[in-house]
Write a protein that binds this ligand. Sequence first.
Ligand code: XMP
Length: 333
Amino acid sequence: MNSNVRPETMERITNAELANKFIEEQISEVRKQVGDKKVLLALSGGVDSSVVAALLLKAIGKQLVCVHVNHGLMRKNESENVVEVFRGQLDANLIYIDATDRFLDLLKGVADPESKRKIIGKEFIEVFAEEARKLDGVEFLAQGTIYPDILESIKQAEGKKAVKSHHNVGGLPEDLKFELVEPIKLLFKDEVRVVGETLGLPHAMVYRQPFPGPGLGVRCLGAITRDRLNALREADAILREEFDKNGLAEKVWQYFIAVPDIKSVGVKDDSRYEGWPAIIRAVNTKDAMTATIEEIPYAVLHKITQRITNEVEGINRVLYDLTPKPTGTIEWE
Ligand code: XMP
């Protein structure tokens, strides 16, 4: 698939039968393109890179080398889950790199959101490039580019300004020249999910809510510290667990916790207890350009508040952000 333009005649992939047809076509295209060479893939655990990995595993098996970089800003158990699914269940050739210390050391004391994004994006490429240089015989780089990414870059080329920079896929350094393999680049997100499920990926992975490239880094507001990041990760895990239990995960498009760099006075076991607030953000949107607030049952909010304040070290209040976009953006940074 060389063209970057989706033909008008291309049928929307809405069921397993159409997905299987697409998968078969792509398997043969990929085999033709890469022959017996190796293909490298940055596997974040997001929907797009996971579907590309599953598709390429079917097409070329161990010729695919997946690299998962844990930047230390992943949600609870997320990296472990990527390793379990791709190495454990799908027998993929997967290199796992825990680069937590590298990222957190670089981010120490950096409070400006755009600087944080730049540092995370740049370091991500650096870590990935270091791994790529260690490998022999890799001539191809697979990417989970999807059609909205192509449409977005056309818009940017036309000079439209973004509110925030999204540093996900930056260019690799000059010495690393790969030919691109982009098997899902003409698909819309709903089609990617149908293809993913047809390939046998877990439902939770295929329907995962969007998660920003810089991860919890833009939710641990201001300068990141390990203790506040850990508190955020634990609180976020509780929020997700309660949303799952109460059927809200299917109803709300994106939901997460942000923890600002402020402390307030509270009380615990009859003593003064200074802690951070955990802010619940739960929004619905079609295209992330605008967003509305979903009404969450009071009992669920109450339970989440109780659990977070009881179970998470360092948090003494829970707040619920009722601001639509605009004026608030979805993320706080
Ligand atoms: P905002 O905060 O701009 O978010 O209303 C819109 C959507 O984009 C996600 N987001 C990002 N995604 N890298 C990403 O890959 C980023 O730097 C980034 N910043 C925001 C956000 O989670 C929401 O889905």
